[in-house]
Design a protein. Structure first.
Length: 417
């Protein structure tokens, strides 16, 4: 499907829409020695009852919230506070990672942060860990399709794998949102929770299958990353399907939180069911793709979803909008979407389109642009980190002179426009 074939009424209903959901999360990570052996994180961090607490990069607690680090099982966990801005959330992730690496390297300079969905842990490490770290202590979470709890109890002492989630917290755009409003009903009722979680599976879960489908991701997905996995919260929902992969880089944090907020906007405008109908797709279909890690069918579905994603809202709020935000006053590419006229405009020049960047990673793998070197991606222990270098700006800097990418982008734009 091309952009011009999308339903005009649907696009108009979301024109300029930007319900700025609050965003946060509690992604997990592993600590390994210099040879890559996974260690129990209780050797570095306290338990969740007495976490390490610190303030984000802004001057006030109110603006950025309290950030936390603690062990949760063998893995470690960070709480990145609450934000309405992707750059602010990215800055908080950087602050947590920098704090964590300082603590880890102070204990052992050869140790490192590992961001994998699932890892094998030796029995010796499990046995030597704090008793609290030797068990799967999570409160139960729920499935938006079966309306039951997700995972049966696992014997943590004999189970060889440990899993790192990348849970995303989404909440109302303002404390003054009325429960009777569309956003209020979506955020604070059982029916609304089921709607937003199922839409998150479509808009975030499917891209996760496309970019995070390693053997380790499949192992985790079978246990703790099932479709529709969530917890209701007083402010909205905690979406628990994604693994920790999206904190590998500031660009992937910007991408995934942007897509999650986009899903909140669509459901908050009560357009989620209409989108499923336009795609001739049922939530149960999405569930099957995620639970089975079926990348082939995920690609087919994404090709139908993609044109709608590309025209929703504004480029500043939507990381995969067809219009790049690198410089709004400069013309780009063979055609661009005009928010003012609601039409495609032919222009001269070229740029890096974030939608093409995403498709390039789908084709060539996340590792084609994002490395596993956490310190390098996040510029830890060095100067020069800039939270404004989100998905668009950072990839523009990396790819503007990359001939292979530019050739790919030119072909892609011809297909979609």
């Amino acid at each position: 499907m091309k952009l011009k074939d999308t339903n005009e009424t649907f696009a108009t209903s979301l024109k300029g829409a930007g319900i700025r959901a609050t965003m946060g999360g509690d992604p997990e990570f592993f600590v390994a020695d210099g040879k890559g052996k996974i260690l129990a994180s209780d050797k570095f961090f306290p338990g969740k009852e007495k976490p390490i607490k610190f303030i984000g990069a802004a001057a006030t607690e109110r603006a950025y919230g309290i950030l936390k680090l603690f062990f949760d099982g063998i893995q470690a966990e960070m709480n990145i506070g609450v934000q309405q801005c992707r750059e602010g959330a990215t800055l908080n992730v950087h602050t947590c990672l920098q704090k964590a690496i300082n603590i880890i390297e102070k204990e052992n300079k050869d140790c490192q942060i590992i961001l994998k969905p699932a890892v094998k842990v030796t029995k010796a490490v499990i046995k030597s860990a704090d008793p609290e770290a030797r068990r799967f202590g999570c409160m139960p979470d729920f499935n938006a399709y079966t309306l039951t709890t997700n995972t049966d109890e696992i014997d943590a002492t004999n189970h060889p794998y440990r899993y790192a989630g990348g849970h995303i917290h989404l909440g109302v755009s303002s404390p003054y949102v009325k429960r009777s409003s569309k956003e209020g009903k979506m955020a604070k009722t059982e029916e609304g929770h089921l709607r937003i979680i199922r839409l998150l599976d479509l808009i975030v879960g499917i891209p996760c299958v496309l970019l995070d489908n390693s053997a380790e991701a499949k192992i985790r997905r079978a246990e703790y990353g099932k479709a529709g996995c969530f917890r209701p919260t007083p402010y909205g929902v905690e979406y628990r399907t994604p693994s920790c992969w999206w904190i590998k880089s500031p660009t992937t944090v910007s991408l995934i939180l942007g897509l999650a907020r986009l899903a909140w906007t669509i459901a908050g405008k009560s357009q989620d069911l209409k989108l499923f109908n336009l795609l001739n797709c049922k939530p149960a279909d999405v569930r099957g793709i995620i639970d089975e890690s079926d990348r082939k069918v995920a690609v087919e579905l994404w090709e139908k979803v993609r044109p709608y994603i590309a025209i929703i809202g504004r480029a500043y709020n939507n990381p995969l909008h067809i219009r790049t935000v690198r410089s709004p006053d400069v013309v780009f590419g063979p055609e661009r979407w005009s928010e003012r006229s609601g039409k495609f405009i032919k222009v001269k020049g070229s740029a890096v389109f974030s939608l093409a960047v995403f498709e390039y990673m789908v084709k060539n793998g996340l590792e084609s642009l994002i490395s596993d070197n956490v310190k390098k991606e996040w510029k830890l222990n060095t100067k020069g980190f800039n939270s404004m270098n989100g998905f668009v700006n950072e990839m523009h800097k990396r790819l503007f002179k990359d001939k292979d990418f530019m050739n790919f982008q030119n072909d892609f734009l011809k297909q979609i426009i």
